[in-house]
Design a protein around this ligand. Structure first.
Ligand SMILES: [Fe+2]
Ligand SMILES: [Fe+2]
Length: 188
């Protein structure tokens, strides 16, 4: 199966997170959907429900690999491009400042949740109150962050960023994930 076909066949929640053949803003939106799924799983964990091994793996994979890449996509490519292309009337500077500050906290919170998920003992009933607090904080902050990015940032980016910006962003996203942009673009 070609790489791009494999991307198309990757449902949300699957492990790869490498569906990078289309508009990179669509890929960022897909990452947001994956993050929402992980938040829903974490919420179930915080409620004391037991989760399947595949669901634990989905959360680990997202927090360990996909989230750091996603945050780099935004901090290194999306946000600087938007600051360059947007008009003052878009009023995005303060919003982007807040999102970048959120990213620093998100990586710290994700590392704490990941450490909890990587313990060898069974998860679910064994989660302490302090850990439940850590999980809930991560979920709450993530959801607030996602609402702003989906409702404000991505719609403005779709209007303001040009084809060259999107090509550059996509190239960087592929490189960040260890894929060869020249090879990948030929398969799309
Ligand atoms: Fe995001
Ligand atoms: Fe973000």
């Amino acid at each position: 199966m070609k790489q791009c076909e494999r991307h198309k066949h990757s449902a949300r929640g699957e492990k790869t997170g490498l569906r990078l053949c289309g508009n990179p803003l669509d890929e960022i939106a897909e990452d947001h959907m994956r993050e929402r799924e992980v938040c829903a799983l974490l919420e179930r964990l915080a409620e004391g429900q037991s989760l399947e091994a595949a669901e634990i793996e989905q959360m680990r994979d997202f927090l360990q690999l996909q989230l750091p890449h996603h945050i780099a996509d935004e901090d290194i490519d999306l946000f600087p491009m938007m600051l360059k292309r947007c008009d003052p009337e878009d009023e995005i500077e303060k919003g982007i400042d807040r999102l970048q500050s959120d990213h620093g906290h998100a990586l710290e919170e994700a590392a704490a949740v990941l450490a909890l998920l990587q313990r060898s003992r069974p998860l679910g009933a064994g989660v302490s109150q302090a850990e439940i607090g850590q999980i809930k904080a991560f979920v709450s902050h993530s959801r607030r962050h996602l609402i702003f990015e989906n409702a404000v940032i991505l719609p403005i980016a779709r209007v303001r960023l040009g084809k060259r910006d999107l090509r550059t962003m996509k190239r960087h996203m592929l490189e960040r994930r260890g894929l060869d942009p020249d090879l990948e673009s030929g398969k799309c």
